[in-house]
Design a protein around this ligand. Structure first.
Ligand code: NDP
Length: 306
């Protein structure tokens, strides 16, 4: 299988390089044109030419404009990367007969209610990021190409900047913390997203009916406050220098931290469609979070830079 992987330096893309490796030959272009291939999503002409040159069986697009607050002041750039580029990839996939794997977000929903969102539920993004991600989904769906769109939530990884690392730093520096407790979702490891993608791509892809949109998130739910408490308690038990006590991690509403972009309160995703279609079971969010935390703590202790 020939795979064209875009965004290979991001949280999910990095894990995809590992998880997809046994499936075939991976071409993972960077944004800089090298050897006639270019992975810059702001250059539709170069992107299309790259797909034609590589002629992959599967295009995996893990690249995205993910700066949620910044997107409010850069809507054109967010639209180019999150909507126009997927549209170009979908047109090329359709012309080639290739599959397009693409990632989207819980932020396509308006966050009302308390039920987990299903794939058929009406979308209603609250911010530019969510709007552009929805436009990307719609463009792929309209293209007629064979596709797998995976909507996921609250992505973390042991590598790069992320919520776990931020909480470790704050817990060591401060005697008290405030963390949002009225947004609900499932922290989902980049590792789980990549491994699930690989599992699915290793199944027979000749079933045209599997083409579609799926929710892909860890099982269970928490809030950012619940996530922070798990991280900090585990770090303390592991001997990490934690100043803040459990009692001093204050649960606060979203309004306590005004941000440029509005965020949904309900980010729960119902993953039953993915589980039944592909015979998979999404594991509870805590397992992956504890593994990533373990890796980060080991790396920090040995002076590495994950
Ligand atoms: P990251 O922000 O970690 O990575 C995004 C990647 O996109 C980076 O490698 C970045 O490159 C690349 N990129 C950005 N702009 C361009 C461009 N113009 N051309 C080429 N590449 C570009 O994202 P995640 O791995 O966390 O996200 C993966 C997917 O999951 C995305 O579709 C995202 O929308 C979705 N998602 C993410 C969530 C999250 O909490 N992070 C939640 C829900 C869904 P560089 O490293 O050079 O900047």
């Amino acid at each position: 299988m020939k795979i064209l992987l875009l965004g290979s330096n991001g949280q999910v893309g990095w894990e995809l390089q590992r998880a997809l490796a046994p499936l075939g030959e991976i071409t993972a272009p960077t944004r800089t044109e090298t050897g006639g291939v270019c992975g810059d999503l702001t250059r539709p002409d170069r992107l299309a030419a790259t797909v034609r040159q590589v002629a992959p069986d599967v295009i995996v697009n893990a690249a995205a404009y993910t700066a949620v607050d910044q997107a409010e002041s850069e809507p054109e750039l967010a639209h180019a990367i999150n909507a126009t580029a997927p549209e170009v990839l979908a047109a090329e996939a359709q012309a080639l007969g290739a599959w397009l794997v693409h990632y989207s977000t819980d932020y396509v929903f308006d966050g009302t209610g308390a039920d987990p969102w299903s794939e058929d539920d009406a979308t209603g993004p609250l911010n530019v990021y969510g709007q552009t991600k929805r436009e990307g989904e719609a463009a792929i769906q309209a293209s007629g190409c064979r596709h797998l769109i995976f909507r996921t939530s609250w992505v973390y990884a042991s590598r790069g900047r992320n919520f776990i690392r931020t909480m470790l730093r704050l817990a060591a520096d401060r005697a008290a913390l405030q963390v949002i407790d009225d947004q609900f979702g499932a922290p989902t490891g980049a590792e789980l997203i990549a491994d699930t993608t690989a599992q699915i791509l290793s199944q027979p892809l000749d079933r045209a009916e599997i083409s579609g949109l799926y929710h892909l998130a860890a099982a269970g739910e928490t809030t950012w406050h619940g996530f922070a408490r798990l991280v900090i308690a585990t770090a303390r038990d592991a001997g990490w220098p934690v100043r803040v006590t459990d009692q001093a991690i204050e649960a606060v509403p979203t309004e306590a931290f005004p941000t440029a972009a509005r965020r949904p309160g309900n980010s729960r995703l119902n993953c039953r469609k993915l589980e039944t279609t592909f015979g998979l079971r999404m594991p509870d969010w805590r397992g992956g979070a504890l593994r990533a935390l373990d890796e980060i703590l080991a790396c920090e202790t040995t002076g590495g830079s994950a």
